[in-house]
Design a protein around this ligand. Sequence first.
Ligand SMILES: [Zn+2]
Ligand SMILES: [Zn+2]
Length: 407
Amino acid sequence: MVSSSKLLFNRASLGRTCRDLWHPQFASCLAYNVHFWRTILPGSFKLYIPFLVLPPLVKLNDVDWRYLWDHTLQYAYISFCTYVQAALSLSAQCGLFHLVGRLNYWCVMFWPCLLGVAIGPPLPNQLLRLQAITFFNMSLEAAVRKSTSPVVRFAHRSNTLATVSFMAFSSIILTCLRSGLVKQFWLVNPDPVVRGSVRCEHPGCCRRHLLDGMLKYGAVGLVLEAGRAVLRQSTLLLRNPLAIFGGKFLRSCNLRLGLFLACYVGIFRAVCCLLARRRGHEQQALMHTALAGFLAGVPYCIYPTYQIYTLGVTKAIEIAWEYCLTVHTGPTIDEEPKSLRTTVLRHLQRLPMLRLVQMCSFGYLGHVYAFYPRVSPVFHQKAMDVCSTDLTLNMKLRLNRWMKEIN
Ligand SMILES: [Zn+2]
Ligand SMILES: [Zn+2]
């Protein structure tokens, strides 16, 4: 089935060039390319300011000069790579127009964005993961909002369904982490099951363990929200620093993230400790964790956001995938005859999954940005506009005008 936006685009773009769409103020593609390669660099550095500021705020206790220096270098590197990715994507818009000879639906945004990331400089694994997961989460958000399927539409509107499915993801994630076979970061990192243990694994008494967790996670939530509010209200605060105590600033702080985190860790730890007291043998520990992880997902209903939900989906997939790989392709069963499943998993394991996810998600997000702006994630729109110093924004507005004229 051909989408209506594609038909509309084909009619609207007839006889038009990349100059009409991207650079009416520059007669030649070369002049335009020189212009943006020279001017868009600061945008990427601006985009990653939260990445520069927030992690040291959260880590507060164990920040030293060495950490700050490494962290700043990472910030500079990811900002520079993003600049190159953005500039390559923009160059590919003109390049693909000349290659195909006309404006093509998929060669506006989708392929150029995908290529920009594919050809762009390689990121170290930690930063690649950050980008790939952020892009994937936003693609998922866009796909859900764009979908016309009645099942997805219902699931999208139903808070109960969202909460129950989040509880299931939480259960999967925490059980895999508790097994000790997977090591990844999640909201709560449970201690791996200790062999032969029929008691709680944490040091100190249960009540203290519970309170510690709730206070720490609640505080992290508050700091994150305060940091976000500072960035959102930066213009106001620059004009008047005392506005930080004013009603307008305080209203823009959302307390629910802290509450969600505190309840999440609180329920998880409380249920784990309660069940550990009635644990007869160590095998029960994983089942108990599954139940505790499931119940810990309940507070999602007080803070139902796309960001937390998609983080849950992505982490559940990623962690379950790593768990399967470790169980089925681990070194311990190397001598046994290989099953089909093991062979398939081994082949899949060799693919650069994160890189593929990063490329495809970025292409898809670019496509949604241009053709379905109403469902495009706000953060992605802002990121595009900031990184291209509004070049993509102007293109989107022009495209929108063309399609309206035809309609
Ligand atoms: Zn051009
Ligand atoms: Zn305990």
